[in-house]
Design a protein around this ligand. Structure first.
Ligand SMILES: Cc1cc2nc3c(=O)[nH]c(=O)nc-3n(C[C@H](O)[C@H](O)[C@H](O)COP(=O)(O)O)c2cc1C
Length: 244
């Protein structure tokens, strides 16, 4: 593991949507978008149609995002995350095909949730489906795929074990996605390949009896950086003070 040699932020205003702060990390200077913490948190979208499939992503940039992600909390400080990064075209195609098979079945199945008219989830459904279809068609063209893993298995275990297990890896993966966004890159959380976990593990040489797949994540520069907050349910319907 490489040692940190310097960590510093410099402020220098640049025209909108252009990176302005430069982060010096492991001697590499990285351009960061000029986003406040709240802007970063509210504009990190599931990016699919706006993934730049033509622009390669440098390995060092992805490794830098992982250096940031591993600062996340984990139960008992277990740090059981593993990051399998796939650039090999044949492997990407195989992974995309597995994803596509599960995706196609999922899209044919009746919708598991129905929402009332005017519900933001119903209003967004067609756009999300079209975007998801696009990713399904282009997954193999994404410059780098991350297949995230977590140590241990929770098959058939009680809620407390599941909560501790997933709560120890999801913050790290989300931090990774935030770090990508800060650098002008994007991703989308996907879990379809978890249905074909054993095949994915065999393809990547992962010991499937000791690790669980968290999901598969496209990694690419985004086409433009002007993402916006998305419509969400009114928080009044989900906040509970003192009782449900
Ligand atoms: C656990 C989880 C699984 C997801 N699985 C998929 C998936 O398989 N394919 C996909 O295109 N998007 C997937 N998504 C992305 C969601 O569709 C997306 O987060 C949601 O529509 C909200 O999008 P937004 O944050 O850009 O507003 C998944 C997200 C999560 C958190």
């Amino acid at each position: 593991m490489s040692a940190k040699v310097g960590l510093e932020y410099r402020s220098r205003r640049r025209p909108e949507s252009r990176p302005d702060r430069r982060r010096v990390y492991n001697s590499v200077v990285t351009e960061l978008l000029p986003l406040t913490p709240d802007e970063l948190l509210t504009t990190t979208r599931a990016v699919r149609k706006r993934l730049d499939l033509a622009r390669p992503v440098d390995r060092s940039l992805i490794e830098e995002c992982i250096e940031i992600a591993v600062q996340s909390p984990s139960g008992s400080n277990r740090q059981g995350w593993h990051w399998v990064l796939v650039e090999d075209p044949a492997k990407k195609l195989a992974l995309a095909n597995l994803y596509g098979e599960v995706f196609d079945k999922y899209m044919l199945a009746p919708a598991s949730a129905s929402y009332a008219d005017g519900d933001t989830r119903a209003l967004r459904r067609d756009a999300v489906s079209a975007s998801a279809r696009y990713l399904r068609e282009h997954f193999h063209e994404v410059p780098t795929l991350l297949v995230a893993y977590h140590e241990g298995r929770t098959d058939s275990q009680p809620v407390a074990s599941q909560a501790g297990y997933w709560g120890s890896v999801i913050p790290a993966v989300w931090s990774f996605m935030l770090a990508l966004r800060a650098r002008g890159l994007g991703s989308a959380w996907t879990t379809m390949t978890c249905k074909r976990e054993a095949e994915v593990a065999a393809l990547l040489g992962v010991p499937n009896d000791k690790y669980m797949q968290v999901g598969m994540f496209p990694i690419a520069y985004t086409i433009g950086t002007d993402f916006k907050p998305a419509p969400r349910l009114d928080t009044a319907s989900v906040i509970h003070w003192d009782k449900w």
